[in-house]
Structures are given as C-alpha cells and as structure tokens.
Design a protein around this ligand. Structure first.
Ligand SMILES: Cc1ncc(COP(=O)(O)O)c(C=O)c1O
Length: 361
C-alpha cells in the first residue's frame, strides 16, 4: 500500500521529563517542573462537581476565564488569548508571524518548543550564546539581522533557572529593533521573589511589540488540563483569534483555571514551600559539591563540575530508587548537569535521603 508523501522536518521531537520506571509502580517525578503541591482545593472541588455539561462544546473564547485573568493580573481581557497550554500559543505566534526563511532568535539553552514550532513553520532558528548559563542581552543583539522577526525569552529560563533582571529585560527591548516581536515567557513568574526581577507582564503590558506567555501548568498545578494564556496588543490577539482552533481550551480547564486564580492562600503557600525547599536542597547539595543556580523558579539546574560524581551516575542511581530527574543532555545538549524540580515535602525528604545513601562525602 502506498503512503502519500508528506513534509519531512529536520526536527528532534520534544522529549518530556520521564514519568515512568519499569520496576516501580509509583515514582517520585522531579523531572517536569510541575507543581509540588498539586492544585488548589477550590479548583479540585469545582471540577469534581457532577453537573458539568461535557456533552456541549466549551466557550471557544474562554470569556469567563479571560475575565478572571484580567482581574487577577490587572490587564485588559481583550488583550488576552487562552490556549491549550502556553504551548499552543507559542505555535500560534509562530504561525502568525513567521514566513519561511524568517529568523527566530533564541538563547542557546532555551525551552525547546520555541525552536520546534519555528522550524515547523519553515523559519530559521538562530541561537545566541549564553554566558555562564544565563541569557546575554549583548549576545542576542549581536545575532539580530534584517530577517529577525521574533526573539523568544523565557524569564526565568528553563532549563537553566537563571533570569534577566528588570533592568536587563528593559534594556533588551530598548535596543531591539521595534519591528521585532519580543516574546517574554513568564511561565514561572509567580514563583519569583527576587528583588531585581520583574515579570514580562508587569514591564510590558502596554507595549505593542511584546507578547507575554503565561501558564496554569506550573504554580497552579493544572498541567494535565492544558491551559495557558498570552497577552499582547489587541491587534495581535484579534489576528490570533482568526487562526485559533475553535474550541481549543476544554470546559473543565477553563473552570479549574478561573477558580484557581481565586485561591490566593494556596498560591502563597506554594511560593513559601518552593522558597523553603529550594534553599534547603541547594544548601544540602552544596555539601556534596553539587552547585546550582541561585534560587528562582521551582527547579534547580545541578552542576556536577566540582563533584566527584557525574550527573549520569547520580541520574541512574536515583532512577534505581524510583526518583526521576531531568537529564539535560537530551534536547538541551547540556553536559554533566541535571534539572531537579522541587517536589512535595515527602518527595524532597526522600530525595535528600537517597542522595545521602548514594553519595559519599
Ligand atoms: C518556559 C516554559 N514555557 C512554556 C512551557 C509550557 O507550558 P504549558 O504546559 O502551558 O504548555 C514550559 C513547560 O515546561 C516552560 O518551561
């Protein structure tokens, strides 16, 4: 039988953080930067409600959710678009802005979907060097050409955990050609308590040449429901609505996301939990000469350069104990490092106790 021809892409498919180990029924998954505390009990309660009308299509414009977002984040609901994860919005932005041979500029160790979607629409991906695993405004600006259409920055950046300060981010926008769209991905913004940090949304709410990405997959703990949002000029949002799939965000996701925005107590608890354990685990690992980025989002990039043990060794030993970290070699091409997501109290204590057993000082 003949398979009709299809396009061939020179792309490595996205490999998510592993979630299973053959021998283990239940694992400790610290590989995908998901929420340590799950979702808000308010969100859980509303989606357990038996009176959901799942036989009907959801609101294609996510109107109530956009209203809830606009109230929580003090922005205009007409400048918001919701997506099946911020992931879908990255794709839509690429579809809207990029023609074949246009250039997309990204830092060398950035979130993998920027390069994947850019390539799918035929654009060329240009990488800018990072300095000590931190985005460099100077290196980015060096790589701008007449063909550059979009610059993607995750701030803080996944997988490095480093971030551009408020001053650096403002400087980047100022020095970048006005016609280039700067996409600031605020996926981890809610975790950030660093004094020199400001979210993309806070800095650029009124800028027509900046587009902001946000997600409910991280601090809100709704990763499986697939819901995220973007904020940009009304002109961009209107154009995105033309190419958007009609019912892209399912009804349960819209409800849970709206409800979780109301639960400030849960959000604050998650931030406190994250700070407490990021600091604790960072310090603990330093006693084994495993160093990491300064505390920022809900993960740490562990550096094994000074350690007697390699990242690979620890990855395998932890896996044998049912604990999964993210290897940064696959996809990101970062050698001898591991990305560790901050887990629940129980998971973090088990992780630290496993390290004690595996590593000798
Ligand atoms: C920087 C960044 N942006 C976007 C995403 C995707 O989020 P979503 O689940 O909303 O698609 C992730 C997920 O890991 C991420 O790290």
């Amino acid at each position: 039988m003949t398979t009709p021809d299809f396009k061939k892409f020179n792309i490595d498919a996205y490999k998510p953080g592993k979630s299973k180990i053959k021998r283990f029924k239940k694992v400790i998954k610290l590989s995908a930067n998901e929420s340590a505390l799950g979702m808000s009990s308010k969100a859980k309660k509303i989606i357990s409600n038996k009176n959901l009308f799942l036989d009907k299509y959801p609101d294609g414009k996510s109107k109530n959710l956009r209203k809830a977002i606009s109230q929580a984040y003090k922005c205009n609901s007409e400048k918001i678009i919701c997506g099946a994860g911020s992931d879908e919005i990255i794709l839509m932005i690429c579809q809207l802005f990029l023609k074949p041979k246009d250039e997309v500029l990204i830092p060398e160790y950035s979130f993998l979907m920027y390069r994947i979607y850019s390539k799918i629409v035929g654009a060329k991906v240009v990488f800018a060097k990072e300095i000590n695993f931190k985005v460099s405004v100077k290196e980015l600006l060096k790589k701008v050409t007449k063909k550059t259409r979009i610059v993607f920055i995750a701030n803080p950046n996944n997988p490095t955990g480093t971030y551009l300060t408020k001053k650096e981010l403002l400087d980047l926008r100022k020095k970048l050609n006005k016609k280039i769209l700067l996409v600031v991905d605020d996926a981890y913004a809610e975790y950030m308590k660093n004094e020199d940090y400001s979210s993309g949304l806070d800095l650029f709410k009124n800028k027509n040449n900046v587009f902001i990405l946000r997600t409910f997959s991280k601090i809100f703990g709704l990763a499986s429901l697939r819901v995220g949002w973007g904020h940009g000029s009304k002109k961009i949002v209107d154009a995105l609505n033309v190419i958007k799939a009609p019912f892209n965000v399912n009804g349960i996701a819209q409800l849970a996301a709206s409800e979780s925005l109301k639960d400030k107590t849960f959000i604050n608890k998650s931030v406190r939990h994250n700070l407490l354990y990021s600091r604790k685990i960072k310090k603990f690992l330093e006693t084994y000469k495993i160093y990491s980025n300064s505390v920022s989002a809900n993960f740490l990039l562990l550096n094994f350069e000074k350690s007697r043990y390699s990242a690979k060794f620890l990855y395998e030993k932890l896996k044998n104990k049912g604990i999964i970290l993210r290897s940064t070699e696959e996809g990101y091409n970062i050698k001898n490092k591991l990305r560790l997501t901050i887990g629940s109290k129980k998971e973090n204590l088990k992780f630290m106790s496993a390290i004690k057993q595996i590593l000798k000082k």
